[in-house]
Design a protein around this ligand. Structure first.
Ligand code: PLP
Length: 411
């Protein structure tokens, strides 16, 4: 089905936007004004198949009836009260998540960076109070992405996000991803003077770093090392969690469980939420240790519950797995015909990366722009990887349509 023109066409003043809004993003020159399912329309009435999904966030696509119903019902009843009081929807969300193996205790905030900040604070207090470490350190991976707040950007293993923001936060160290001997060596170096490492923070699949899946052997070795040393293993599943990987949690792909798990992007289908969950034995937080005015308010928790109930009722995790396989098979078919233009197609479920080959002169950002002109929204993941992260409701016909557009764009 070709993108349909919309009857709606609005004047949008791009220059006024650029005058009034800080230029923290290199925005595509379209203004999106409406969505339905896996499609969105811009102010000029052009339609797009949305394989960006608000950066892997709109789990149920756009204008999903379950989300509309939950949000309108909740905002008409009670939308915000603060965490000075008990919030039934927050309790129900925590119960849903813990009943399905995300951890045993939950803390709610508003974003992925905040979820990781909460995890880092938990790790420091755990290190100080349970492990007796005076200056608890966190190890994370090179090429990782953990968010833009100061501690999260310090944990992020990519200098391009850190330059100009020094001094960064002390107590962070980076190791190559999927390299166990390098991790062992780094811990030995840090331990030479005194024991310092309280936690290891990893993405089961590196998202912004180029859709790089973790190696199950590496993760099993890291788990065993953490168990042996009492180090917390923390997984950042802000992008890969909540069904996108084809399993509810990304770490199910690796067969390794964390002590601490962070979630955000897809959890409330596009309403702002973050969550940090941990095993009961790791929960060292007490009153006053951490907080968030908006975190886990009735509105976002009602939205998250609607997303999670729909995931189960509509078997969307199985859909993520099947449509993901279809998408990767279609792209691998393209790669076979486009000698050297696609180096690799990889990912889990509906988080798919197309690594560009040596014979592809254009960057991922240029290809994303070209795909947009053809009516397909995608997101680069670094300079040489095109990321495809459609809503989990995507249909087989929509996957075929995206592959057909990418055949024209990549060829
Ligand atoms: C997007 C992302 C974050 C940051 O989330 P925000 O909501 O933008 O703060 C952290 N970790 C990972 C793995 C992400 O993909």
């Amino acid at each position: 089905m070709a993108p349909r023109p919309s009857s709606e066409s609005l004047d949008f003043d791009f220059a006024a936007f650029d005058r009034d809004v800080m230029a923290t993003y290199a925005r595509s020159p379209i203004a999106l004004v409406r969505g339905a399912g896996c499609r969105v329309w811009d102010s000029a009435g052009r339609g797009y198949l949305d394989f960006a999904a608000g950066i892997a966030t709109c789990t149920l696509g756009h204008a999903h009836p379950a989300l509309i119903e939950a949000v309108t019902r909740q905002i008409g009843r009670l939308h915000h009260v603060s965490n000075l009081y008990y919030i039934p929807e927050q309790g129900a969300l925590a119960a849903w998540l813990t009943a399905r193996g995300a951890g045993e205790r939950a803390f709610f905030c508003n974003s992925g960076a905040e979820a990781n900040e909460a995890a880092i604070k938990l790790a420091r207090k755990y290190g100080r109070t349970r492990l007796g470490i005076a200056r608890p350190a966190v190890i994370s991976a090179l090429a990782s992405f953990h968010g833009r707040t100061l501690a999260a950007v310090t944990a992020t293993g990519q200098p391009r996000y850190q330059q100009d923001f020094a001094p960064l936060v002390p107590g962070f160290h980076h190791v190559p991803f999927n390299d166990f001997p390098a991790l062992v060596a780094a811990i030995a170096t840090l331990d030479r003077d005194e024991r310092t490492v309280a936690a290891i923070l990893l993405e089961p699949l590196q998202g912004e770093g180029g859709i790089r899946p973790g190696d199950p052997t590496y993760f099993a070795q890291v788990r065993a090392l953490c168990d042996e040393r009492g180090i917390l293993l923390m997984f950042d599943e802000v992008q890969v969690g909540v069904g996108r990987s084809g399993t509810l949690w990304g770490h199910e792909q690796l067969g390794v469980k964390p002590d601490v798990l962070t979630l955000a992007k897809g959890l409330a289908g596009g309403l702002p939420i973050g969550a940090m969950l941990c095993r009961r034995s790791c929960d060292v937080f007490g009153p006053g240790d951490h907080g968030s005015t908006f975190g886990g308010n009735p509105l976002v928790c009602a939205a998250a519950l609607a997303v999670l109930q729909t995931l189960e009722q509509d078997a969307l995790i199985a859909n993520a797995r099947d449509r993901g396989e279809q998408l990767r098979a279609g792209l691998r078919g393209l790669a076979a015909g486009l000698h050297g233009k696609i180096a690799e197609v990889r990912g889990w479920g509906l988080i798919v990366g197309v690594e560009l080959g040596a014979d592809q002169p254009r960057s991922a950002a240029e290809l994303a722009r070209a795909a947009q002109l053809e009516g397909l929204l995608t997101v680069p993941a670094g300079p040489r990887v095109l990321r495809l992260v459609p809503p989990l409701i995507v249909s087989a016909a929509e996957v075929d349509e995206a592959v057909a557009i990418l055949a024209r764009v990549l060829g």
